[in-house]
Design a protein around this ligand. Structure first.
Ligand code: EPZ
Length: 420
C-alpha cells in the first residue's frame, strides 16, 4: 500500500523511542567492505534504504550471515565483485559510499554514476577529486565511475573546497587502508561522521578529529571488523518534535541524544514550546498553544540541518506570524511548498527562501510526496489540517522513517496506510 491517509485535528500526546540513524547506518554498512573479518551491526532502523544497502553488499558478494531488521551480521571476506550496479545505485544515491572502501581495499571499484534526485543535482566531484589526490585514476564510462589505483592509495592532505557529508565519509573510509596519513581539511562535522569514525576505530582504524573540520586518518594494513551499535536518528527525533509543536501536543522521545540537536531544539523553543531533556530523552510540551513563527537558515552542522527544513516549513504554515525559511545546502529543496499551499498554506518562494505567512487552518487534500523530508512535512500538515489528507508516493517516507504510522498512532494520530 503506497499512500498514507491522515485524519487531522488530533493533538499528539505520549511517548515513543527514536530508531537507529539512517544517515549513520548507510556509511557504516559501506565500511563493512574494509573489514578482514565478520561484522555485526546493531540498532539498524528497518528502512528501505538499509535493506537496499544490504542488497548492495550481497550483490558485491558479501555473505549475509544473519539479519533480523535491527541487527545484521555479515562476512565481507567473501566479496567477489567490484561493481555497484546501476539498478541499486539508481534506487539509493548513498551507494556511492562503497567507492572509497572498495577502492582502498581492492585497488579497483566500478560504481554506477549516481544521478541527481528531487532535491538537487547531487554531484560527487568532491569524492572523486579527493580520491585522485590519493593516487586513484578515475574514469567515467558507460555511466559508471571506474576507479583504480596501482598499489595502495597514498595518504595525503585534502582540502575540501566545500563542506560535504558524503565526501568526508567516502574519503575517510578510503584513507583507512591507505599508505600513510591523510588529513581532511574543511571536513563535515555531522554527528553521523563521528559515529562512523567511532565504528571504524572500534574495528581497528586510526582516526582522530572526527566531528571537527580537520580529520586525521593514519592508514593501517587491515581492520578486522567486530561489532557496533548505530547512534539514534536525530532527524527522525526532530521530525516528531516538530509534529508535536504543530499539533500543540506533548511528547517524550526516548533512546535519543539531545546533545546533537541544539539548533533544532533552540528553534522549536522559539515557537513557544517548553522543552526538557535528560541524557537519552527529550520532552516537548506545546501546552495546547498555537506555535509562533520562526526564521530558519539551514547550514552544515552544528547549524540548523537541511533535513529538518521542510518540517519547520510545515510548522510555520500554521504558526502565528511570518517565518522565513532559507535553504542554503540544496538547490531544489522547497518542493513541499506547492503541496502545502494546496492545503491552504500561504507560502511565497523568493530564490532559495520560503516566506511563510501562518494561516489559522489548513485543509486536508490529496498531496504528492517528492522526497523524504518533504513527505514528512506533508504528514505533519495532514496531522493539523481539517479533514483528510492523502499523501501519495510514500515510498519516500519508507526510506527514512521506521514504522511512521505505528509511532504516530501510538501518539494518538489518526493515520493509516491505504491503497486507494
Ligand atoms: C548527506 O547527503 C545526507 N545523506 C543528506 O540527508 C543530508 O541532507 C546531507 O548530507 C547534508 O547534511 C546521507 O547521509 C545518506 P553533502 P550528501 O555531500 O552527503 C554538494 C536525508 O534526507 N556536493 O553534504 O549527499 C551537494 O550538491 C538526506 O536523509 C557537491 O557539490 O550531502 C550539496 O549541495 C537528504 N559535490 C552540498 O554539497 C560533492 O562531491 C552538501 O551535500 C558532494 C556534495
Amino acid at each position: 500500500m503506497n499512500k498514507l491517509l491522515v485524519h487531522g485535528g488530533t493533538r499528539l500526546r505520549g511517548e515513543i523511542w527514536a530508531s537507529g540513524s539512517k544517515n549513520s547506518s548507510l556509511p557504516i554498512l559501506a565500511a563493512v567492505l574494509l573489514c578482514d573479518g565478520t561484522v555485526t551491526i546493531s540498532n539498524l532502523p528497518v528502512l528501505e534504504d538499509v535493506i537496499t544497502f544490504k542488497e548492495l553488499l550481497a550483490a558485491l558478494g558479501v555473505k549475509v550471515i544473519a539479519y533480523d531488521g535491527g541487527n545484521l551480521e555479515v562476512d565481507p571476506r567473501c566479496a567477489n565483485s567490484l561493481t555497484a550496479p546501476y539498478e541499486l545505485v539508481r534506487k539509493m544515491r548513498a551507494s556511492i559510499l562503497v567507492l572509497g572502501p572498495m577502492l582502498t581495499r581492492y585497488g579497483q571499484a566500478n560504481v554506477s554514476f549516481p544521478g541527481g534526485c528531487a532535491i538537487g543535482s547531487r554531484p560527487v566531484d568532491l569524492h572523486l577529486r579527493g580520491m585522485e589526490a590519493m593516487g586513484a585514476k578515475i574514469e567515467i564510462s558507460d555511466g559508471y565511475i571506474r576507479a583504480t589505483c596501482s598499489n595502495r592509495l597514498i595518504g595525503t592532505r585534502i582540502a575540501l573546497s566545500s563542506v560535504s557529508v558524503g565526501a568526508t565519509e567516502n574519503l575517510m573510509m578510503a584513507a583507512v587502508l591507505a599508505d600513510g596519513t591523510t588529513i581532511l581539511e574543511n571536513a563535515a562535522r555531522e554527528p553521523e561522521i563521528l559515529d562512523l569514525a567511532n565504528c571504524l576505530n572500534r574495528w581497528g582504524a586510526r582516526i582522530s578529529g572526527a566531528g571537527t573540520n580537520r580529520i586525521i586518518i593514519e592508514g593501517v594494513d587491515k581492520i578486522l571488523g567486530g561489532g557496533f551499535e548505530v547512534m539514534s536518528d536525530r532527524i527522525e527525533t526532530g521530525t516528531y518534535l516538530a509534529a508535536a509543536v504543530a499539533t500543540r501536543g506533548k511528547m517524550k522521545i526516548s533512546r535519543t541524544d539531545p546533545t546533537i540537536l541544539d539548533a533544532v531544539l533552540k528553534k522549536l523553543a522559539e515557537t513557544g514550546a517548553r522543552i526538557k531533556f535528560g541524557n537519552d530523552w527529550i520532552e516537548i510540551d506545546a501546552e495546547n498553544r498555537r506555535p509562533r513563527s520562526v526564521n530558519v537558515h539551514t547550514a552544515p552542522y552544528p547549524g540548523f540541518p537541511t533535513d529538518m527544513q521542510a518540517q519547520l516549513t510545515a510548522v510555520n504554515s500554521i504558526a502565528e506570524g511570518i517565518g522565513i525559511v532559507e535553504e542554503t545546502i540544496f538547490e531544489n529543496r522547497l518542493m513541499q511548498v506547492q503541496e502545502l499551499n494546496r492545503m491552504g498554506a500561504n507560502i511565497a518562494i523568493a530564490g532559495n527562501s520560503a516566506v511563510v505567512t501562518g494561516v489559522d487552518r489548513l485543509k486536508g487534500a490529496r498531496v504528492m510526496a517528492s522526497d523524504l523530508r518533504a513527505s514528512a512535512s506533508l504528514v505533519i500538515a495532514g496531522l493539523v489540517a481539517d479533514g483528510e489528507t492523502l499523501v501519495e508516493e510514500i515510498y519516500h517516507i519508507d526510506r527514512g522513517y521506521e514504522g511512521i504510522e505505528e509511532k504516530l498512532c501510538s501518539l494518538g494520530a489518526k493515520i493509516k496506510r491505504v491503497n486507494q
